[in-house]
Ligand binder design. Structure first.
Ligand SMILES: Cc1ncc(C[n+]2csc(CCOP(=O)(O)OP(=O)(O)O)c2C)c(N)n1
Ligand code: SF4
Length: 536
């Protein structure tokens, strides 16, 4: 008998994927999903960070086309980047199995929006499975692979922050599955999605979904937790835990597969209940569908669509308590670490009153006081396009102050096409791009990226030189400067660039303070091993 283990939901997903014979895990870091692939690697699984979520999903799809099992991990906004792959892979289907593990962030603990991944499942026609705790994260990961392999379709395993990060006991299965052997079977009409093929595959997808729905009615991971007949709660994911604690007397229908929904089961459950509720985190995804199917369930007040739920908030829903919710005490605002190399760059940008089209990373904290030196941040890679847009239309004096600022990981995630735009459609007064290369993906916990020269497990890989790529794409003036030791030169270079009508890119390279030791150790292991310190 395997030992019970204390695991976070993310760790349980990694273990489940390993035990079900997942041949490769791919992904791009993003809270709250990041630890899944790191754990999968530690457990001996084949894992890689890809430059972005779209590429990660494409690699995983290729693995699944080879007849074996693949998972791709990301945070909710990552699925926006990978959405093109999601939608069409639902048509092509897979030969082996493909699970999109997507972690939502209700309450925006660490994200730029609060979107609900389940909308993607319904839009793309991809089944969704939602665990409520670590045991289910383990079990449902296995189930997601099984459903994917059986119906040859991608499946979304939707996690939320509390499920991903809360640790609970997990009883793993005794027998790990023997993975299938990779083998390519040609299927041109099935995988080349020209319109003639795609029309047929769309019909096939709808038939598959109808079959999966039937299966979900009878064999799906849905449970009725008995209680008093008067109150019926339909729920899923972590919200089911809060619902049970808030109303221990209620009868609960806990749904494990939330698309396609088992409507007969749900309507049958609701039939004899005097009071009916739907408790779910984020959007009214279940409510909308149940009402559309004829279920008489109330809308919850709009306030409960935002933020995480908890037992107290669920009690409010159940008692129709519309009084103002207590305001949580304000925590200490986050800030750049003292001595962070990013701060040196933003001091200079602030000094020259630059209009900064910013991006996502640790450096986004420069938008907050005391620096207050970033003017926009929308999504990964947007700094370059937004900066160019501003430069195109602002009056000269303002246009010349616009600078796009992006981190190294973000640049390789989705900045390259911004540079293509900059070279292709340059604004009349040129543009200035600053890449903050701190040689790590600091914000999500120091993951490697294609410019660090190391892979997910920190072993060496070819390194992409950002300045060489930018120069090769046609930017005329490309400089690399150390923002800490060459702050004066950086200041002068910026002033000069703002005055020309040319394109300038400055790579500001200095390791993140917190990652510097590991970077030195990885680059000069012998110095660290002998205790003299890197470069000493
Ligand atoms: C589409 C998408 N994927 C992932 C994330 C999570 N995320 C935010 S910033 C970031 C990368 C930050 O690295 P870098 O640009 O090198 O800046 P640093 O934090 O090192 O300063 C990641 C992975 C996100 N916000 N959006
Ligand atoms: S973790 Fe690194 S990049 Fe982030 S604020 Fe601290 S020093 Fe700067």
């Amino acid at each position: 008998m395997s030992h019970r283990q204390l695991l976070s939901g993310n760790e349980a997903v990694a273990l489940g994927a390993l035990h079900v014979g997942c041949a490769r895990g791919t992904g791009y870091p993003g809270t709250p999903s990041t630890e899944i692939l790191e754990r999968f690697d530690e457990l001996g699984g084949e894992a890689e960070w890809a430059p972005n979520e779209k590429v990660a999903a494409e690699v995983a799809l290729g693995v699944a086309f080879a007849g074996v099992r693949a998972m791709v991990t990301m945070k909710h906004v990552g699925l926006n980047v990978a959405a093109d792959v999601l939608f069409t892979s639902a048509y092509s289907g897979v030969q082996g199995a493909l699970v999109f593990v997507v972690a939502d962030d209700p309450g925006l603990a660490s994200s730029q929006d609060e979107q609900d991944t389940r909308r993607y499942g319904i839009a793309a026609g991809v089944p969704i499975i939602e665990p409520a705790d670590s045991q289910e994260a383990y079990d449902y990961t296995r189930l997601a692979f099984t459903v994917s392999a059986r119906w040859k379709t991608p499946v979304i395993l939707r996690l939320t922050t509390r499920v991903s990060h809360t640790a609970a006991m997990v009883q793993p299965c005794d027998a790990a599955e023997t993975p299938p052997r990779p083998h390519f079977v040609r299927d041109i009409p099935g995988r080349v999605m020209i319109p003639g093929h795609a029309r047929i595959k769309h019909r096939a997808l709808r038939s598959k979904l109808a079959e999966i729905q039937k299966w979900n009615e009878t064999e799906g991971p849905n449970r009725i937790l008995p209680g008093a007949a008067a109150v019926g709660i339909v729920t899923c994911g972590v919200a089911s835990q809060y619902a049970r604690e808030a109303a221990p007397e209620a009868t609960v229908l806990k749904l494990g597969m939330t698309y396609p929904l088992p409507f007969q089961t749900i309507l049958g459950f609701l039939k004899d209940k005097a009071k009916r509720f739907v408790i779910e985190e984020n959007d009214p995804f279940l409510v909308e569908q149940i009402r559309a199917a004829g279920g008489d369930v109330p809308w919850n007040p709009e306030a409960f669509r935002m933020g995480e739920l908890n037992v107290a908030r669920v009690k409010r829903i159940l008692t129709h308590d519309a009084s103002p919710e207590p305001v949580a005490p304000r925590g200490k605002p986050p800030c750049l670490c003292p001595g962070c190399p990013h701060a040196y760059v933003f001091e200079i940008l602030k000094k020259h009153d630059c209009i900064v089209a910013g991006d996502i990373g640790c450096y986004t904290l420069a938008a907050l006081p005391p620096l207050s030196a970033m003017d926009s941040q929308i999504c990964m890679g947007a700094s370059i396009g937004v900066g160019l847009g501003l430069r195109h239309v602002l009056p000269e004096a303002e246009a010349r102050r616009v600078v796009s600022v992006i981190g190294d990981s973000t640049f390789l995630h989705s900045g390259l096409t911004g540079v293509a735009e900059m070279v292709w459609n340059p604004p009349p007064f040129g543009h200035v791009l600053i890449v903050l290369d701190n040689q790590t993906t600091a914000m999500t916990g120091q993951q490697e990226n294609p410019a660090t020269g190391r892979r997910l497990d920190h072993t060496p890989s070819p390194r992409i030189r950002i300045e060489e790529v930018i120069a090769a794409m046609g930017v005329k003036n490309v400089l690399t400067l150390n923002p800490v030791r060459q702050a004066v030169e950086l200041d002068a270079a910026l002033v000069k660039a703002l005055q020309t009508n040319e394109l300038t890119a400055i790579v500001a390279r200095q390791p993140c303070l917190l990652a510097a030791r590991q970077i030195r150790a990885a680059e000069q292991p012998s110095c660290v091993a002998c205790g003299t310190g890197a470069g000493g």
